[in-house]
Design a protein around this ligand. Sequence first.
Ligand SMILES: CC(=O)[C@@H](O)[C@H](O)COP(=O)(O)O
Ligand SMILES: NCC(=O)COP(=O)(O)O
Length: 246
Amino acid sequence: MIELGVNIDHVATIRQARRGHEPDPLRAALLAEEYGADAITVHVREDRRHMQDDDVRRIRPLISTRMNFECAVVEEMIRLVEDVKPQDVCFVPERREEVTTEGGLDVIGGFHLIAPAVARLKDQGMRISLFIDPDLDQIEAALKCGADAIELHTGRYAHALGSAVELELSRIRKSANFGVAEGLRVNAGHGLNYDNVQPVAAIETISELNIGHSIVANAVFMGWEGAIKKMKELMISAKLESIRPR
Ligand SMILES: CC(=O)[C@@H](O)[C@H](O)COP(=O)(O)O
Ligand SMILES: NCC(=O)COP(=O)(O)O
């Protein structure tokens, strides 16, 4: 069955709007698990615009699922990861001035930096994923880096219109199938919401979806419990429908 990693970054975004204490991402993480999250995803950005170091340090020992820690491939972040010891690490590209993660990691161009970082954290027992565009050459490079998993960036699919939607979806499907055939765990995420999640969730080779912004946004209207449960139900019903014998 498909798993849901609830990304709680934007719970911290609301807290950071006042630099205060609420809403507390730790509380969001614990409740997310109660409402069906299979993992808690956090992205500590270099500019600390949402999650803070103290948040991940508090959350890691208290959750009972697993922490999927997203970060840039830089020494400062690798040290924080080594300190926090999440079960999963996902290396992502980062540009300080971007509004959100705009594309996948260039594993081919950054091989000399990424491969040693993957090896270093794998040696400490963490499962390492690379956040990449649905591109077969990047997947080949991820394999050469020794990554355990990839997370396919679904942003282009999420923003596509008309016939481009099916084109982007087929890229994701082809990449997921290729990754799994080569022995990788394949996750996906970015920009997924209640309207566009089901075709991605239905792809048989995708193990996990990481979803944050839409869940936090909809929680304003339907509550944290309703927003998480509704997303999980949509994912599971799409997956069940795709494997139903005809
Ligand atoms: C890598 C990724 O897709 C998420 O971590 C996302 O980036 C979080 O939200 P922001 O991009 O808004 O920080
Ligand atoms: N890696 C993607 C993620 O964690 C969540 O992205 P979004 O749903 O906040 O766009």
